[in-house]
Design a protein around this ligand. Structure first.
Ligand SMILES: CC(C)(COP(=O)(O)OP(=O)(O)OC[C@H]1O[C@@H](n2cnc3c(N)ncnc32)[C@H](O)[C@@H]1OP(=O)(O)O)[C@@H](O)C(=O)NCCC(=O)NCCS
Length: 411
């Protein structure tokens, strides 16, 4: 094949990469956006392209990000995004070549894990990625939404400038306390608040921003939302869509839901597309059936590149030692590792020559690494192999977390 896969080298190539991305993501009307997009990717070595002659026929980017692990250590994360291949060149191995290039580069840079959000489920398992967190969109009946206890927090409508000043700072506090959460670039907040727009685009005027403050006046929650009007037989049947809803604590999250439900004319509040699969605020409802989950889907996918470094960075629920063999057809994670944890939760993972207690493919290691899915689950499905009876259950206990991991941000 004459297609060349390599990082972009010049500004002109970046502009063509940007246009190819907009075509690949079916927004050709957005072309010409290269100059504005460029500052988001200061390191061109992370911007992969496939070239057919002068033409860019594949796009792929690696974002330097952070991931919060159980135990709350934050580690560097290779965030894969902007993946597209031209319809003329699809299914010819272009994605596979871009992925191979970036995974080798990430390993070279010393990043121990890569992550992505999959547009379609079947694409990325073959490259060693496994879903590690789950998300859901919740819909609440707004007509009589009552909670089991008094909810703290004071709500205040703010303008987009204030939202841009406060929301990123709040999110950084939230993600620091949430295993599974990833960092979020400032430009995405600027986009959300109508500050970073394509030339000719106008900021949406129908979006509102609300902050929630605690008793001391500190900002503890934020919602970005819009109203969708619908009347039936001259009776209100309107919806509020929360595009973003986040708080430091489930009580403040519930407070924001209540604020949105408290609007007259509104019969339903639809939450963000990427809420927790099992959010705590739901348990605060006087009637839990007032909230139902819409779409439930896999969200953050992880691809361990260096299991020893990755698993040494998290903490563990119980003291134990399991020898784990990892299978990886691409080789990065292949090996046998002892995962050993102490009673204080600290742990270490090192390469060993021992006989394994359990064998898992690398995508399964990605799925179980944050505790969102258990090793026992994959054993039951025949997707992990046990050599020491009980090893999968013991590893599941070690990796488990009191609350499921959650990533509330797309990238
Ligand atoms: C997804 C996409 C990038 C794949 O690119 P591609 O160059 O066609 O992929 P490759 O040729 O390298 O495919 C490698 C393997 O993955 C499979 N594959 C690729 N895309 C797939 C998909 N969407 N569904 C199922 N299998 C897929 C191929 O069939 C091939 O399998 P094989 O090795 O058994 O033959 C491309 O289809 C695309 O641009 N889709 C639209 C945008 C998109 O979804 N991007 C992903 C954003 S997260």
């Amino acid at each position: 094949m004459s297609t060349e896969v390599r990082p972009v080298r010049t500004e002109n190539e970046f502009d063509r990469w940007s246009d190819a991305l907009d075509i690949g993501f079916h927004v050709p009307q957005n072309r010409g956006d290269g100059r504005r997009r460029r500052p988001r990717h200061p390191d061109l070595d992370r911007v992969w392209a496939a070239f057919d002659g002068e033409r860019v026929v594949g796009t792929f980017v690696s974002l330097p990000m952070e991931l919060t692990l159980p135990g709350l250590r934050r580690i560097p994360l290779d965030g894969v995004s902007a993946v597209s291949v031209a319809a003329t060149h699809r299914r010819q191995g272009v994605l596979s070549r871009m992925m191979a290039g970036e995974m080798a580069a990430a390993r070279e840079r010393g990043e121990c894990v890569a992550a992505l959000i999959a547009a379609e489920y079947p694409i990325y398992g073959r490259y060693g990625f496994g879903p590690a967190t789950e998300s859901a969109q919740w819909r609440a009946d707004a007509r009589d939404l009552r909670f089991r206890r008094e909810l703290p927090g004071r709500i205040e409508l703010v303008d987009a400038d204030t939202a841009l000043a406060e929301a990123p700072v709040l999110y950084d506090r939230i993600r620091a306390e949430q295993p599974g959460a990833v960092s979020r670039d400032y430009w995405r907040w600027a986009q959300d608040t109508g500050h970073d727009l394509r030339e000719g685009a106008t900021a949406p005027q129908d979006v509102l921003h609300a902050l929630c403050r605690d008793a001391a006046g500190e900002i503890v929650g934020y919602a970005r939302y819009r109203f969708a009007e619908r009347w039936v037989n001259q009776r209100p049947n309107n919806t509020i869509h929360a595009l973003n809803l986040m708080a430091t604590d489930a009580l403040y999250e519930a407070r924001l839901w209540k604020y949105l439900a408290d609007h007259d004319w509104v019969t339903e509040v639809v939450g963000p597309e990427i809420d927790r699969f099992d959010p705590l605020w739901r348990d605060l409802l006087a009637d839990r059936r007032m909230a139902v989950a819409g779409e439930v889907w896999d969200f953050l996918w992880l691809r361990p590149l260096d299991p020893a470094a990755f698993l040494s960075a998290r903490t563990y629920a119980k003291a134990d030692r399991i020898v784990l063999r990892v299978q990886d057809k691409d080789g990065y994670a292949t090996g046998t590792y002892a995962v050993e944890s102490a009673a204080d939760g600290s742990g270490e993972c090192v390469r060993v020559q021992d006989l394994p207690d359990l064998t898992v493919p690398v995508d399964v290691l990605g799925s179980i690494s944050l505790g969102g899915y258990s090793a026992s689950r994959y054993l039951a499905l025949g997707l992990a192999e046990e050599h020491t009876p009980g090893a999968a259950d013991r590893l599941s206990t070690m990796l488990s977390t009191p609350l499921p991991p959650h990533n509330p941000m797309i990238f």
